[in-house]
Ligand binder design. Sequence first.
Ligand code: ZN
Length: 115
Amino acid sequence: MSQDNLPADESTWTDEFGRLCSKAVEGVYAAPYWCIGTKARGTVAASSADAAKALFKKLTGEEAIHGGRLPYGAMPALNVVHYPSGHRNTDGFFCSSPETCMGHTSCPGRRACSE
Ligand SMILES: [Zn+2]
């Protein structure tokens, strides 16, 4: 019934940094969303902004005041998605200015954060 890739509880685990880990759902790309609560902030990997905000609340207990797509993930990662290939979504965390890049699918600066 859920269209997002919020992981089922029995398929998640916590890594050594206390982050929620899940396996990627086949064919569903978990995009990076920068979520800002009252205190917490970080990148949530999810299939949509709404899914990211819902997961942010689940992970931090805070409502997401802002949430927007990032071209690349930025630290800190609040959850980690493991792909069947062995890659993790956090392997591509190149964005160094998430507050600026939030809401964009490519870096708005003259130089991409990834360079
Ligand atoms: Zn950026």
